[in-house]
Design a protein around this ligand. Structure first.
Ligand code: NZQ
Ligand code: ZN
Length: 387
């Protein structure tokens, strides 16, 4: 076990009928809000009206930023920064899925920064000061509700980049599973895939002294897998939506990464390059890349870890590590298919024309990965497996 310090910066308000509880949390740190959301789902579920009524009731002035798209673009970040500055806003309330939350984190960072907020995404600037942020989550997937990360896209340069700073952790996040009832099958399944992928990125470490982290990881994946058919067939099943929602938060709030190396993350870095060019749903990209990555990096030395996953999560009974590992990869791939996710690039109409470009961009800062260091040629091979 490696040394670590443990502190969560986000207060979680989990459950039904808690909307009013956001008011004292907001008033502790802010007085004038930016209310930010996506393409309209919060209006169709009635949440927008409830929030507006609540803010009016408590006489909290606010301005709005709407239309934040999935794979949020830097243009929305710039617009949000402008609205905050022009209206002297001192709190950002993000309502939606990971895309809205991420966009709002970048806005929160950009308000006190003189330059273009894209600078944060390309390591030209670090976040020193940020407007406080609160979130109301409507889609279980990214874990953005309890971490300081944001992923922003630039459609002019076909880039999708991540930034992170502890100061960008939301001060509170309201998690009401009822708000996720209307998430369609595609985005529910993509969220499930994202949750599993976050756990796996952290699970794949060469270290062996990770028993407690591994056991928690395996439990989170098993919970997600077993409840997937329930949320897909019964979208208004509160208990199943609640378990999946909390799992998404736990998967990427640091809990699984304390005491060990920070995970492999190759699959995410590779997927981000795919969605930067083709604008596919993040979870769908992961369903394609993760099994391909596993197939490529699996070898005699690391087979024990793949076999552990196969046996403890996918129920594979096979005493030979390499053989168990291969069966586990096949089981995971067929699970992704069973929930309606694509497992090949072909299924999302991606051909081999950009493989080299995407591979080069994925390792623009040098080789990536922890389980196995990957360079451009390795990543091209992973794409070929995924074709
Ligand atoms: O825009 P609206 O109308 O809200 O519709 C959204 C969107 O079309 C819809 N939706 C959300 N809540 C809904 C709903 N529809 C009906 N009912 C509801 N209650 O779902 C669609 C997808 O939303 P989005 O926010 O894009 O999905 P997700 O939460 O999966 O976020 C994906 C983004 O997060 C990034 C991804 O790369 C991607 O850009 N990630 C962020 C991470 C982080 N901050 O830690 C880590 C992840 O690995 C990931 O990279
Ligand atoms: Zn992810």
């Amino acid at each position: 076990m490696r040394d670590f310090n443990f502190k969560f910066n986000t207060k979680i308000l989990f459950g039904k009928n808690k909307l009013e509880e956001i008011i004292p949390e907001i008033k502790m740190v802010g007085s004038r809000l930016l209310l930010a959301y996506g393409g309209g789902s919060i209006k169709s579920i009635g949440l927008y009206d409830e929030i507006v009524a609540l803010l009016n009731k408590h006489q909290i002035p606010f301005e709005e930023l709407s239309g934040i798209r999935p794979n949020p673009g830097i243009e929305s970040v710039r617009e949000g920064v402008k609205i905050c500055r022009e209206n002297n806003l001192d709190f950002v309330l993000a309502v939606g899925g990971g895309s809205v939350l991420d966009c709002c984190k970048a806005i929160a960072a950009g308000v006190h920064y003189e330059g273009d907020p894209w600078d944060f995404m390309v390591q030209k600037a670090v976040v020193k000061k940020a407007v406080p942020l609160g979130t109301i989550l409507t889609l279980a997937a990214t874990g953005s509700e309890m971490n300081g990360n944001a992923v922003i896209s630039n459609s002019e340069t076909f880039e999708k980049r991540a930034m992170g700073a502890p100061i960008l952790c939301p001060v509170f996040s309201l998690l009401n599973p009822e708000y996720t009832y209307t998430v369609n099958k595609w985005h529910t399944a993509a969220g499930i895939t994202d949750i599993i992928s976050h756990v796996l990125e952290l699970y794949f470490t060469p270290e062996k002294s990770t028993q407690v982290q591994d056991a928690m990881s395996e439990a989170l994946i098993k919970t997600t897998v077993s409840l997937s058919p329930v949320v897909l067939e019964q979208p208004e099943n509160y208990e199943a939506r609640a378990q999946i929602m909390w799992t998404s938060t736990l998967a990427l709030n640091g809990l699984l990464s304390f005491g060990k190396l920070p995970g492999d993350w190759s699959t995410h870095l590779i997927e981000h390059e795919v969605s930067a060019i083709y604008d596919i749903t993040h979870g769908a990209g992961l369903a394609i890349i993760f099994p391909a990555w596993m197939t490529y990096v699996l070898d005699e030395q690391n087979a024990w870890r793949f076999a552990k996953l196969a046996r403890n999560v996918w129920g594979i009974i096979d005493t030979d590590d390499l053989s168990a590992a291969h069966k586990g990869i096949a089981a995971m791939k067929s699970f992704f298919s069973s929930i309606g996710m694509p497992v090949s690039l072909k299924e999302v109409d991606i051909d081999d024309s950009q493989l080299g470009t995407m591979a080069e961009k994925a390792c623009r800062f040098g080789s990536i990965g922890l389980i196995k260091k990957l360079n451009k040629a390795d990543i091209v091979e992973i794409f070929k497996i995924a074709l």
